[in-house]
Design a protein around this ligand. Structure first.
Ligand code: ADP
Ligand code: 5GP
Length: 215
């Protein structure tokens, strides 16, 4: 069964940076390209960073139940298309959802087995520096910082917390979480036939008697 990994953090913490590095280093996982009504930033392209659509089109898609979840963030709509997640599940490919905390909670409601990861900035000063380095004006950064103070307490509700002080360390930790999740007992037992060639070992794992376990 393919898995869903949800990466959330206050805007400017480094989600996109960490996600894109991760995808270069690990197989079997695809990032869900979400849909937004905000305008593209310099360097962003349609279908890669987001699908950029109008507010009218977004509202039409809400009615058509196109989204697994959607939220309004900083005055724009953002939504996770159902079809990409369903396709990945069908093809046995894991999904990486890079979405805000509201979306993370909604996905966890729909898929309780989704693995949620919260990325924390090392400090509020560093978060502001990253926002400004990304081109936000001071007033915009101030609003996002105030929102960050309301999002950071949500870290307590997530399965994992990573501190993004150094990119390579954060990517390594996220990769380790994904790798460990893929080795969870139930996940391995479910796909044993595909991953373990020895019929003998498979039948021992599935039906043999466990020596040493007191009954
Ligand atoms: P988000 O997707 O969470 O909004 P980005 O990935 O766009 O954040 O990162 C915001 C800015 O912070 C970018 O300029 C990025 O290069 C920088 N950044 C991300 N992670 C780190 C880090 N660990 N150390 C220093 N700068 C970082
Ligand atoms: P940005 O405008 O900085 O790209 O994104 C703003 C916020 O919206 C980020 O926290 C980002 O992760 C989040 N976001 C992006 N796509 C989605 C989505 O489909 N659903 C939700 N709930 N949040 C999203």
């Amino acid at each position: 069964m393919a898995k869903l990994f949800v990466l959330s953090a206050p805007s400017g913490t480094g989600k996109s940076t960490i996600a894109s590095k991760l995808l270069q280093q690990i197989e079997g996982i695809k990032k869900i390209v979400t849909v937004t009504t905000r305008t593209p930033r310099p360097g962003e392209s349609d279908g890669v960073d987001y699908f950029f659509i109008t507010k009218e089109e977004f509202e039409k898609r809400i009615k058509e139940e196109h989204f697994l979840e959607y939220a309004e963030v900083y005055g724009n709509y953002y939504g996770t298309p159902k079809d990409q997640v369903e396709r990945n599940l069908k093809e046995g490919v894991d999904s990486l959802l890079v979405i805000d905390v509201q979306g993370a909670f909604r996905v966890k409601e729909i898929f309780p087995s989704a693995v949620t990861v919260f990325l924390l900035p090392p400090s509020l000063e560093e978060l502001k520096r990253r926002m400004i380095s990304r081109g936000y004006r001071d007033s915009n950064a101030r609003l996002r910082l105030e929102t960050a103070k309301k999002e950071i307490p949500c870290a307590r509700e997530f399965d994992y917390i990573i501190i993004n002080d150094f990119v390579d360390k954060a990517v390594y930790q996220l990769k380790s979480i994904i790798t460990a999740s893929r080795c969870e007992r139930e996940s391995v037992l479910e796909v044993l036939k595909n991953v373990l060639p020895s019929e003998e070992i498979r039948s021992l794992v599935k039906g043999g008697e466990c020596y040493g376990k007191k009954t």
